[in-house]
Design a protein around this ligand. Structure first.
Ligand code: DPP
Ligand code: ZN
Length: 851
């Protein structure tokens, strides 16, 4: 398949200002009639995209028309400048296992059109710079599909003969086809309303299966909070009279921001204490906010082409991060965001699939809904926020929305608005959009004691990535502070240093004692810092830094340095880490949620990322040694924390959640210590749990062990939640993530379990996706893990290419491992590539991964 190039962008030859769609819905045979008012905008025939469609009838201005197919495009030669084109097609939603276009899920009919799903419903110029007003009529069997929803306002409904009925919807806002949506089904609704700043009443509805109605309260609360937040922080008001959310069990994405009718993966809607963890609660709130925020950053201002995807996704992730930070502990939220970036984006940026946040080419756009576009995209927006400051950034976003409202814009438009509103020159900063790769910044601090001066030397390198051998230095804001080793206090106020070349020196005067460097505070730039700070300096910062992120970071770096040393020598000195963890546990000024983050070990995968060649077994040995030592040496501390944090009870307030989190971490260390009562303690917590959080934590702790308690808890969990798919996902995932040497056996067995359903993306991610990031299990020296993943990718590709392609990247990391593993990983990729009838989704990921 040929790549699509950003450089080839050309404006559309025909615009479609209006479209009327009529659906005669039936799972086996749905008839769709489209009436497109087309208006000439250039020279050439009308070309309409299709994917698996055949036209039953085509007419132009009421007269049957001549047309041809050019590949998947339907082509009509039109004489004039404006015509009405009517097309009828027939589709089969129940046969649509790709979950793109119109499909059936659990008795519902629903759509997913981003990025290119609309062309599986109707022939259309399926590109985001063609914006149309939609009028939609849905017709369906009344008993089977009593609820009929689409975008915009409900304008009419009524009954028809033969037990059928119809509903008419009109969306007054022009939108690209990827934002079209419909839902038909037997749904219950949680209704509420929101009064906007200008006094308009918005009817809110969350639509779910009847038995899930009691699990919608949290999402509704989050939606209203997000609506108020976007008015307050960005001056953005909602624009329609209704806002609906529908929960669907089979869904490729997390959720979809269709205008006025968001469709959600049910895991990001449903929550109650018995079935959702505190983490799930937070994820629901974040995703609800994210999709809501798209109403402005994505819908009112959309993307000119898919190369601009980060324009809406990076900005909207940044907005949802700000929102979530405002709802609880901003420090803990920042730590979580950076953890995600490092776990998902850094490896991508350093591997064969690396791409800039504004890519130059793609074969299948679905493969570019990546951590780079989303999370690194958000970091790039965050840097502009840091450089411009809150007020100028807000002026820039106001100008951007104002200038581009109702149109399809580019990343350049966004940066230009920021520049124009702030007067800031972002010329070189644009490199962040063009260049892939995680910059490495080397920082060295010299102290001249007699002169009372400190000199900081910074050096940056942007590594080569596929197609980009040579890189330019990129401007970045680095928040920096110096702490006095003796006094334990900050020697100078924090500064934001703009590193805007390959080298830079900063001189600090009036320094009266040896300074310790705190750099990239708050993770102000998405880079890797290399410094030669000693274990003592890092331990010092972990106790004294007044920036919570920097404090966390110092502890992490201390742990990483110790573990990397232990991987190499097998006998690294563990005492500095143990002492630092002990001090953190004992510090009464720290909030429990922060302590929980600070004392957790970096993942085995992250440690692997720090090594020139990953040795998974050596990492596992070092990791187990440090984890066991922390557990055993501090056993009294962990028991104290475990008992003390019980006071948090089952409260869903932030404080209760933080205490549960720390208690869970303590339980993990107690079990890891090897204490004889570890499994029994976890089992007791499992039995007594009043929340899914406590139950899940106990289950995860037991999953580490080989114990009767473990088997009993997993059996009880399965029995208790046998009819709740979202909770069963946790049952699969917890086993797939277990840090045990027999996890590969367990996973192979689970793949044959009757509850392992290949048509459900959540289930695939919870077993196969989770397993592939479990470094010690996936990289089993036998190569069985690779074989398992390769076979899964091939099998899933026949059902759902988009989800199959998302599972490929772990195999693409072959060059990071020893020769034997690398060869087995490559062989698996070759085998997948040789499969007949491979989708272009998987083809792109596999061929690029082979390099
Ligand atoms: N629905 C996906 C998201 O919101 C893609 N737009 O990120
Ligand atoms: Zn999004």
């Amino acid at each position: 398949p040929a790549p699509v190039l950003r450089a080839d962008y050309a404006p559309p030859v025909w615009q479609v200002p209006e479209i009327a769609l009529e659906f005669d819905l039936d799972p086996a045979r749905t008839q769709v009639t489209g009436r497109l008012s087309v208006v000439r905008a250039g020279t050439g025939p009308l070309r309409l995209d299709g994917d698996g469609l055949t036209a039953d009838a085509v007419s132009v201005d009421g007269v049957p028309a001549d047309w041809t197919m050019d590949g998947d495009q339907l082509v009509i030669d039109l004489a004039g400048d404006a015509h009405l084109v009517e097309i009828r097609v027939t589709i089969a939603p129940e046969a649509n296992t790709q979950l793109m276009g119109l499909y059936a899920s659990d008795g519902l009919l629903c759509t997913q059109c981003e990025a290119e799903g609309f062309r599986r419903i109707m022939f259309f110029p399926d590109r985001p710079d063609v914006l149309a007003r939609y009028a939609v009529r849905l017709v369906a069997d009344r008993a089977r599909y009593p609820v009929l929803l689409s975008n915009g306002d409900h304008v009419d409904s009524g009954t028809l003969p033969d037990g059928r009925h119809y509903a008419d919807w009109r969306d007054p806002f022009p939108k690209p086809s990827y934002l079209f949506a419909l839902v038909a089904g037997d749904l219950a609704v949680n209704r509420d309303s929101f009064v906007t700043g200008s006094g308009k009443v918005v009817e809110l509805g969350i639509w779910v299966r009847e038995h899930d109605l009691g699990r919608t309260g949290h999402a509704m609360h989050a939606l209203k909070t997000a609506m108020a937040w976007d008015e307050r922080v960005y001056g953005r008001e909602y624009d329609l009279g209704v806002f609906n959310i529908v929960a669907v069990s089979d869904f490729n994405f997390g959720a979809m921001e269709n205008k006025g009718l968001n469709i959600f993966n049910s895991r990001y809607v449903l929550a109650d204490p018995d079935t959702a963890t505190d983490q799930d609660y937070d994820a629901v709130a974040t995703v609800v906010a994210h999709e809501y925020f798209h109403n402005w950053s994505g819908n009112r201002v959309t993307c000119r082409d898919w190369f601009q995807l980060s324009l809406k996704e990076g900005f909207t992730v940044f907005r949802d991060q700000q929102y979530s930070a405002d709802q609880g502990s901003a420090a803990v939220k920042r730590i979580e965001d950076v953890r995600v970036l490092r776990a998902a984006q850094f490896p991508e940026d350093g591997g064969p699939l690396a791409h800039p946040i504004r890519p130059d080419s793609y074969i299948e756009i679905s493969n570019f809904y990546t951590a780079t576009i989303y999370n690194k995209g958000a970091e790039v927006i965050r840097m502009m926020h840091t450089m411009l400051g809150e007020a100028a950034f807000r002026a820039g976003s106001d100008l951007y929305f104002d200038r581009h409202d109702g149109t399809a814009a580019t990343c350049e438009d966004f940066v230009a608005a920021m520049e124009d509103a702030s007067g800031h020159d972002l010329g070189m900063f644009r490199l962040w959009y063009r260049q892939a790769g995680t910059p490495r910044v080397h920082a060295a601090l010299d102290f001249d004691a007699p002169g009372g001066r400190a000199r900081l030397r910074l050096q940056q390198v942007v590594p080569a990535t596929p197609g980009q051998p040579d890189k330019q230095a990129m401007p970045m804001p680095l928040r920096i502070a110096l702490f006095g080793e003796v006094s334990g206090t900050k020697l100078l106020p924090e500064q934001t240093v703009m590193l805007d070349g390959a080298h830079q020196e900063i001189l600090f005067e009036g320094i009266g004692e040896r300074p310790v460097l705190s750099i990239n505070r708050g993770f102000s730039a998405p880079v890797t810092i290399e410094s030669d700070r000693s274990a003592a300096d890092l331990a010092f910062l972990s106790a004294h830094d007044d920036d919570p992120f920097a404090r966390y970071e110092a502890m992490q770096q201390l742990m990483v340095d110790t573990l990397v040393d232990d991987v190499a020598t097998g006998n690294a000195d563990l005492t500095p880490v143990i002492a630092a963890v002990k001090a953190t546990l004992a510090d009464p000024a720290l909030e429990p949620a922060f302590v929980a983050e600070a004392v957790l070990l970096p993942s085995e995968a992250y440690l692997g990322d720090q090594m020139p060649v990953v040795d998974p077994q050596a990492v596992t040995r070092a990791w187990d040694r440090l984890r066991g030592a922390l557990g055993a040496e501090l056993i009294a501390d962990w028991r104290g924390v475990y008992a003390g944090m019980a006071a948090g009870g089952d409260s869903l307030e932030a404080a209760g959640k933080g205490m549960r989190r720390l208690r869970g971490v303590a339980l993990g260390y107690i079990v890891a210590s090897g204490a004889a009562d570890g499994p029994a303690l976890a089992a007791a917590q499992y039995e007594a749990a009043g929340t899914m959080t406590d139950r899940q934590t106990a289950l995860s702790a037991l999953a580490m062990t080989a114990s009767a308690e473990r088997d009993a808890a997993f059996a009880a969990f399965h029995a208790r939640y046998a009819d709740n798919g979202l909770v069963l996902d946790k049952w699969f995932q917890t086993q797939a993530l277990a840090p045990r040497s027999d996890t590969i056996d367990v996973v192979e067995r689970l793949a044959r379990h009757p509850d392992f359903v290949m048509t459900n993306p959540n289930r695939l991610r919870s077993l196969v996706g989770a397993f592939a990031v479990n470094q010690r299990a996936f990289h089993d020296p036998s190569g069985r893990g690779y074989r398992f993943l390769g076979e899964m990718v091939v099998a899933i590709d026949r059902i759902n290419p988009q989800t199959a392609a998302k599972l490929v990247p772990p195999l693409g990391r072959w060059s990071r491992f020893d020769a034997a593993r690398g060869a087995m990983m490559r062989a698996e990729l070759e085998r997948v590539l040789g499969t007949e009838g491979l989708s272009k989704d998987v083809f792109e990921q596999v061929s690029k991964s082979l390099g």
